[in-house]
Design a protein around this ligand. Sequence first.
Ligand SMILES: NCc1[nH]cc(CCC(=O)O)c1CC(=O)O
Length: 337
Amino acid sequence: MRPIAAPTPMTRFRRMRRTPALRALAQETVVSVGDLIWPVFVRDGVNLREPIASMPGVERLSVDQVVKAAEEAAGLGIPAICLFPYTDPSLKTEACEEAWNPDNLANRAIRAIKAAVPEIAVMTDVALDPYNANGHDGLVRDGVILNDETVEALVRMTLVQADCGADIIGPSDMMDGRIGAMRQALESAGHSDVAILSYAAKYASAFYGPFRDAVGASGALKGDKKTYQMNPANGDEALRLVERDLREGADMVMVKPGMPYLDICRRVKDAFGAPTYAYQVSGEYAMIKGAADRGWIDGDKAMMESLMCFKRAGCDGVLTYFAPAVARKLRAGWVWG
Ligand SMILES: NCc1[nH]cc(CCC(=O)O)c1CC(=O)O
């Protein structure tokens, strides 16, 4: 495509910006409620909602409250909810057995949501960090993160989540070969309808800080995640990872974080045309909220603009802590232009 413009004054771009009606007609991109996946934090207990200091407005919810949140999301038309457990430190071990316990917090939440709100898609997190005494996404031996042993553990975790009724498996661990192993295991176990949204291009990012507070992993983590998460300097590698995961059977792919990596979103969408998602991560949320709470930016406008930018960059959808707030704005008839 080669856009052509006659010289001014034959072309005046401002003609199409003059009124809201003309701006609406010229608008190229839309955000709709169907683009949203809402990540929520689950904690133990009953009737509990616990604020997270580094994520103003986000709470850890007990399972009964997660069900309420899922009902609210479904009522707003949000298609999917994604669960992250805050695991009791006493359940964290080096072998991470709690990860495939059918009665762990995340699995109880999946079952409770599917029983009460079957129409909402439940997405899971597959990684060992909520269950690992050392805070890593993989099993660790002598300070080394083990790839193939971790993949076996992740497959066990996946199968239990699928048994509990998960619709979308979300491997966020960045081990090599896990998508193919999970896909095969799901097929063999009769879960051929369960989809995989691969965190294919996940960077070793400073923007995950508030999330690690939210799931209680900040204190536990020994070292960093640079031997498995990507170097922020790399773009071509993201394309190779996405291609590999699609070939192994991923149904959808994700770029994470979101806003600092919109170039990667665009390249991934253009290269493969696969369902492509971005994760607007905790640090991105905290920046917008933190600045808004101090009166430095208009929080609603910055939130809506950020969602539009993901869509413009080629994303089919966005995992965002803003999901219910965005859905409410859309429902109220948000005027973009
Ligand atoms: N498996 C860990 C995981 N899953 C989702 C996030 C980050 C999400 C966010 O920051 O909102 C992380 C953090 C990490 O890799 O350390």
